[in-house]
Design a protein around this ligand. Structure first.
Ligand code: PEP
Ligand code: MN
Length: 337
């Protein structure tokens, strides 16, 4: 249930609403807009069903939400959420770009990638220190060593860090070095991990599961938000279909769907979405045109020797060109060109 407070309601009336919710053994989440405060009631479905709040003073109306996700929904928060990561706004007017290698391989590789992506205008350095690989015999990442390298290379180039957390055990360590915690496609429905990452005190980028529907994805984000994390970023990275020419099928309609259904920002990953270097540029442009709040792109100084995902990684020179096109597209959409 969502309780919409009247524009002129008082703090005491809001307090009373909160107390009534607590008295029923339920919890709440507040969304304070410029005009209205919206109270989202969370907890046992049956108890919420029995809750009568519309007659309370200061309450404009109550809305029974039919979908299970609430905190992520646009009904709960009509305005877009803008996430501030140390001065970088995700979900604001300008798209942001996260770029870097698939995996952290060495300090040399990472420094080269970081300085190239920073120079081209990216705001985030990406790179996996813990790699969820299809085969256990493939390179699994440099773990804690890799995290330190990420922080150092990012700091040296004025970038933020986004990196994947693959299990509960490593959350604390990853949170020490990263600005945004990434949940990978394979873990999108690892509910224990989602809950714990929601308590880590860092923004979370939630990649779409390989076979996840939009609603399953929204519910996964609800898990994170229900633990107190307000800063969730969706990431469309392609889904598995019958098509095999591309690694995945990049679902750009998900950008429009998420914008309709949620107030949270969404970024697009054209690298994993296509698996092909040549397709990254057109899909990046299309994602921005569709309304994405940003992109995450794999860039490797020498893709031909990359330990993972070389075929979809851009060279620094390719990336520079793609960035110029992205900026041109975004200026065009803002009516500045
Ligand atoms: C990644 O971005 O490094 C990654 C492993 O992607 P995904 O989880 O989307 O496969
Ligand atoms: Mn990769």
């Amino acid at each position: 249930m969502i309780i919409v407070m009247a524009p002129n309601s008082t703090e005491a009336e809001l307090e009373n609403v909160k107390n009534k919710i607590k008295a029923e053994g339920l919890d709440y989440h507040l969304s304070k807009g410029a005009v209205r405060t919206i109270v989202g009631v969370i907890g046992d479905k049956k108890a919420i069903g029995q809750l009568e709040m519309h007659h309370l003073s200061g309450v404009e109306k109550t809305v029974r939400i039919t979908e299970k996700y609430k905190l992520v929904s646009r009904e709960f928060k009509p305005n877009n959420t803008v996430i501030n990561v140390g001065g970088v706004q995700i979900g604001g007017k300008k798209p942001i770009v996260m770029a870097g290698p698939c995996a952290v391989e060495s300090m040399e590789q990472l420094m080269e990638a970081a300085s190239a992506v920073a120079e081209a205008g990216a705001q985030f350095l990406r790179g996996g220190a813990f790699k969820p690989r299809t085969s256990p015999y493939d390179f699994q990442g440099l773990a804690a060593e890799g995290l330190k390298m990420l922080r150092e290379a990012a700091d040296a180039n004025g970038l933020k860090v986004v990196t994947e957390v693959v299990d509960q055990r490593s959350i604390e360590t990853v949170a020490k070095f990263a600005d945004v915690l990434q949940i990978g496609a394979r873990n999108m429905q690892n509910f224990q991990l989602l809950k714990e990452v929601g308590r880590a005190g860092r923004p979370v980028m939630l990649k779409r599961g390989l076979c996840a529907t939009i609603k399953e994805w929204l519910n996964a984000a609800e898990y994170i938000m229900s633990e107190g994390c307000d800063d969730v970023i969706f990431c469309e990275r392609g889904i598995r279909t019958y098509e095999t020419y591309t690694r995945n099928t990049l679902d750009l309609s998900a950008v429009a769907a998420i914008k309709e259904l949620s107030h949270l920002p969404i970024v697009v990953d054209p690298s994993h979405g296509t698996g092909r270097r040549s397709m990254v540029r057109p899909m990046a442009m299309a994602a921005i045109a569709a309304g994405a709040d940003g992109l995450i792109i794999e860039v490797h100084p020498h893709p031909e020797v990359a330990l993972s995902d070389g075929d979809q990684s851009l060279t620094p020179a390719d990336f520079k060109e793609v960035m110029e096109d992205i900026h041109r597209m975004s200026r065009l959409l803002r009516g500045e060109e």
